[in-house]
Design a protein around this ligand. Structure first.
Ligand SMILES: [Mn+2]
Length: 321
């Protein structure tokens, strides 16, 4: 599949419903909103809908639509930023006439009968969509450009992660030419309330560092009980990078108790060394230096920490890249 194939598939449908992964990040939401805005801008007779669960953290970017089963069954379903069937939010994509997956993760797609556009060289799914717009000379609304920009900024760690390329900057520039609102994105991403800052101070006081350079935070049931109104996501992913940017820390991770499923959600990050293979060993996945896994309990979390310690040693001895 190439960009022209994607656009001509869209062209064949009067109605398109755009899906993405559960517990959405800004790349999932930005891809969804950006693509829907691009379709509406370039065709004037198509109905486009966006669906899925919403996280409070990113509610500033927009709202999902209520879509009936009838609409979905006569639509093209497009799934953004995920290739794993179990991770798609709203499984009614299965009822759609055809399914198209657009993703940048390094997973084999297991979504049945789908057209797949996969580009793992892209830092964000929003980068793929923006690159398609640029290459096909398509327009987008300022709102759609802002949403795509938000996806690129967050998935690239503010243009810092190693898979940030010249294309990333090229498409960011293209989005700015349509009025992407950088201030709006940064205002919502990097300004926090006093309560949030104090909560971060508390979590910062909890993490441990091993002599190998592995930092870990255990956000246990007892810890979470102090913050009953804070969404899970804001702790699991929101607190992991408190350990980032510290010279002595090579790999850092947050293990958060998920009371709904009685599991421990591990979020793993690293600097300069790949760790996703370890995440996969524990049934998880993600990006080379930003990944995660669902673990049975804290004993299993300790095994992950042990594996990270070995990786940190290998890295220091230059045995791995
Ligand atoms: Mn993504």
């Amino acid at each position: 599949m190439n960009y022209n194939d994607i656009w001509s598939l869209i062209n064949r449908y009067d109605s398109i419903v755009i899906f993405r992964h559960k517990r959405p990040d800004l790349d999932a939401l930005g891809s969804q909103i950006g693509l829907s805005q691009a379709i509406s801008k370039n065709f004037n007779n198509k109905e486009v809908y966006i669906v899925g669960d919403m996280s409070q953290r990113y509610s500033f970017i927009g709202k999902m639509d209520d879509v009936s089963d009838d609409i979905i069954s006569s639509s093209l379903a497009i799934i953004c930023d995920v290739s794993v069937a179990e991770m798609v939010s709203d499984e009614r994509y299965k009822q759609a006439k055809e399914v198209l997956v657009i993703d940048h993760h390094k997973n084999e797609c297991n979504i049945p009968n789908a057209f797949v556009y996969s580009d793992t060289t892209k830092v964000a799914c929003a980068e793929i969509i923006s690159d398609m717009l640029l290459n096909l000379n398509l327009e987008i609304t300022a709102y759609g450009a802002t949403a795509l920009y938000g996806g690129i900024v967050t998935d690239s760690g503010r243009f810092q992660y190693p898979n940030t390329t010249k294309t990333t900057f090229l498409v960011a520039s293209y989005l700015l030419s349509f009025g992407a609102d950088i201030d709006f994105i940064y205002e919502h991403l990097y300004v926090e309330t006093l309560e949030q800052r104090l909560m971060k101070n508390y979590f910062s006081s909890l993490f441990q560092i091993t002599e190998e350079g592995v930092a870990y935070l255990k956000s246990t049931k007892e810890v979470l009980a102090k913050y009953p109104n804070v969404p899970f996501f804001d702790i699991s992913r929101g607190m992991v990078n408190l350990m980032a940017g510290v010279e002595e820390i090579i790999i850092w991770c947050n293990f958060t108790y998920d009371s709904e499923n009685d599991k421990v959600i591990g979020e793993f990050r690293s600097r300069g060394v790949e760790i996703v293979d370890i995440a996969k060993e524990f049934g998880g996945g993600g990006h080379p230096c930003a990944c995660g896994a669902t673990l049975a309990n804290y004993e299993e979390a300790d095994l992950v920490i042990e594996a990270f310690k070995r990786r940190a040693i290998e890295y220091k001895m230059r045995l791995v890249k």
